[in-house]
Design a protein around this ligand. Structure first.
Ligand SMILES: Cc1cc2nc3c(=O)[nH]c(=O)nc-3n(C[C@H](O)[C@H](O)[C@H](O)COP(=O)(O)O)c2cc1C
Length: 190
């Protein structure tokens, strides 16, 4: 019974793009971080870090969000509208988390394993939230590569890599997604 709860959480989770304005209780977030820190990692490196971004740190990103949006939508009709939308995507989610993974400049294998572990930790967080009715969207837009994002969270670019921003909140709507069938992804070998 308990195991089927996990299966249900995993298979029902969908990326959420629109959130209600309801706040997410910090106990639900902390439960998510508890799930995240229990993710597997090789050699006990615990390479993940989660920066929960408040209003001030999000506002710091706005000049960069603006200039990235202006570049991206140049020549596409009403770019002012697109810039407003891009800013709203950062300011409106009830919770915004920047996730980083540790870099190992002298050990590419370690770095790859650590990235894999950070992805596991991030998905643990996402699934824990989902189990509490809270949705999220992993986002890897150009802002994840900007110097301003690194300085805003206080991370050194040669020590940590931003792997995404996780937007979090109660779902306004849950989209459906088609997935590959089991037969397309699984092969039993003799
Ligand atoms: C590593 C990663 C990066 C993603 N980056 C973005 C993104 O930048 N923008 C976006 O709209 N969705 C992003 N997504 C969400 C995917 O588009 C989404 O997972 C996919 O459409 C499948 O839908 P599902 O999560 O509901 O199964 C990302 C997902 C992952 C795993």
């Amino acid at each position: 019974m308990w195991m089927s709860g996990i299966q249900e959480a995993i298979t029902s989770r969908r990326t959420i793009y629109r959130y209600s304005s309801e706040e997410v209780d910090s106990r639900i977030l902390e439960m998510g971080f508890e799930a995240a820190r229990n993710a597997p990692c090789h050699k006990n490196t615990h390479p993940w870090k989660f920066y929960v971004m408040g209003r001030d740190s999000r506002n710091t990103l706005i000049p960069e969000i603006k200039s990235l949006a202006v570049k991206k939508y140049a020549g596409e009709g009403d770019s002012g509208e697109m810039v407003t939308r891009a800013i709203d995507k950062i300011l409106s989610p009830p919770v915004l988390i920047c996730v980083t993974t540790a870099l190992s400049p002298n050990d590419s294998f370690r770095e790859e394993e650590d990235y894999a572990a950070t992805v596991c930790a991030t998905h643990n967080l996402i699934l824990s939230l989902w189990g509490n009715g809270v949705g999220s969207q992993w986002s890897t837009g150009a802002i994840t590569r900007s110097d301003l994002a690194y300085s805003t969270i206080g991370a050194m670019k040669d020590r940590e890599r931003i792997i995404g921003f996780i937007k979090i909140g109660y779902p306004d709507e849950i989209p459906s997604k088609s997935k590959k069938g089991i037969g397309e992804i699984r092969t039993y070998l003799p």
